[in-house]
Design a protein around this ligand. Structure first.
Ligand code: ACO
Length: 400
């Protein structure tokens, strides 16, 4: 019943819990996960029902405000996001300062941090109106900044957002369009992108969401807190796994080895090789997002008319793994990242953009987590204790 300070005072001890494996930092009403049963729900709704019936913008509303919107609430919310996609013109020059080969994820984190300089009229964490304005700014303008980061990395002209397009369509247009020609949105691609964003929209107290809460607990504004979350997501152990899956498939292709041979290497733990995209710290039954994504992957790749060799390798690896005792005994199933990289690649995104797209999907979750944290009267500034293992007292030469 003690908090850390109480525990220290009463017993002279603190709980040592690296990685916070057994520490809850928040009471949250946003996302429910049961890893053993393979359950993921946003605000009580199963992820597969949302993926089938809802869309990313409606799900963003659900995560942030707690309930599904009525028809008029949805229209107002969607219109606000659609109409506020432009960023300040000076923001373009901000991008000029980055080297051309800068990673778009680093550029995105820096530009979201810079939103507190461009939009300094909505920084007060305790002014509900300002928080609301910042919420819309994040949802509607970060896709534009992400597309600028992408265009910058390719040395291509920035594309303005278009109000006539919905969220996913606009993102595709800003990334793949050119000022010299009309961009035709592919509805299958737009729908697939929307589904992928929805599936990534929240995942309770993961590394980036916890970072957003920790930084926000110091009453840092929402832009600053979320840019910290984006930096956390940039880490390969968190947001970079889909890139790793693609690299693995490429390697198998380049070396010309059979997927079955590769599986033997994995099982023999040769050079510590793992089957990337398999296994999950929480989901020990199956990752409910992976099933949905598999269907999306089939649709997109069929639409692209590609007899994608990488997908074929992935399918053979999956088939083999699901029937193999090594994987069954260790409860290793495909996770969400097994297919996302291939879908993004088929859409035309380079690997460096995969985590950027993850960040766009996770935006409603970070916003909802930050807002819940700031409104919770039990929130305290995040301040873990430590177990000191350094030197005892010693004196600087000549001091004594
Ligand atoms: N391929 C082969 N063997 C594996 C794999 C894998 N992908 N994952 C776990 N194992 C084996 C381990 O070698 C270990 O075997 P052992 O008992 O014989 O030593 C056993 O399964 C348990 O592994 P742990 O590392 O203890 O499992 P943990 O739950 O800590 O790890 C993790 C989860 C990090 C996701 C792991 O499964 C992994 O490295 N997967 C590949 C990387 C990946 O896809 N990450 C994306 C996660 S999803 C996301 O971030 C959105």
């Amino acid at each position: 019943a003690f908090n850390a300070a109480g525990l220290l005072k009463e017993t002279g001890r603190v709980a040592y819990d690296p990685g916070f494996m057994n520490t809850a930092n928040a009471k949250s009403a946003i996302t429910y996960i049961d890893g053993d049963e393979g359950i993921l729900r946003y605000r009580g709704y199963p992820i597969d029902e949302l993926a089938e019936k809802s869309n990313f913008v409606e799900t963003a509303y659900l995560l942030i405000y707690g309930n599904l919107p009525s028809a008029s609430e949805y229209e107002e919310f969607e219109t606000m996001i659609r109409r506020h996609t432009m960023v300040h013109e000076d923001f373009k020059t901000f991008f000029d300062g980055f080297p051309r080969d800068a990673h778009p994820m680093a550029v995105l984190a820096a530009s979201v941090s810079a939103m507190s300089t461009f939009y300094s009229d909505s920084l007060d964490p305790f002014d509900d109106r300002q928080v609301e304005i910042s919420t819309f700014r994040l949802l509607s303008k970060v896709p534009t900044l992400a597309a600028y980061a992408f265009k910058k990395s390719k040395g291509e002209p920035f594309m303005y957002p278009q109000n006539k397009l919905n969220y996913a369509e606009n993102l595709l247009q800003m990334c793949f369009g050119f000022p010299t020609e009309e961009y035709e949105v592919d509805p299958v691609m737009a729908k697939a992108l929307d589904t992928l964003l929805l599936l990534h929209a929240d995942h309770e107290q993961n590394c980036s969401a916890s970072t957003v809460r920790l930084v926000g607990s110091a009453h840092a504004n929402i832009f600053t807190s979320i840019s910290a979350g984006i930096n956390a997501l940039y880490g390969p152990l968190h947001g970079g796994a889909n890139e790793a899956v693609l690299n693995m498939l490429r390697k198998i292709q380049a070396e010309g080895i059979e997927p079955e041979q590769f599986m033997e290497k994995v099982k023999n733990k040769e050079d510590g090789i793992r089957l990337m995209g398999f296994g999950h710290r929480v989901y020990k039954n199956y990752d409910p997002r992976a099933r949905i994504i598999k269907k999306t992957a089939d649709e997109v790749l069929e639409q692209m008319g590609s007899n994608n060799e990488l997908l074929d390798i992935a399918r053979r690896l999956e088939e083999k793994a699901l029937a193999d005792d090594y994987f069954i005994e260790r409860k290793l199933y495909p996770n969400v990242d097994f297919y996302t990289g291939m879908i993004y690649k088929a859409m035309g995104f380079p690997e460096e953009m995969f985590t950027v797209l993850f960040a766009l999907g996770r935006m409603p979750g970070w916003i909802a987590q930050w807002r819940e944290m700031i409104q919770d009267p039990e929130t305290k500034i995040g301040r873990p204790r430590q177990v000191y293992i350094g030197e005892g007292l010693r004196h600087y030469p000549g001091a004594k």
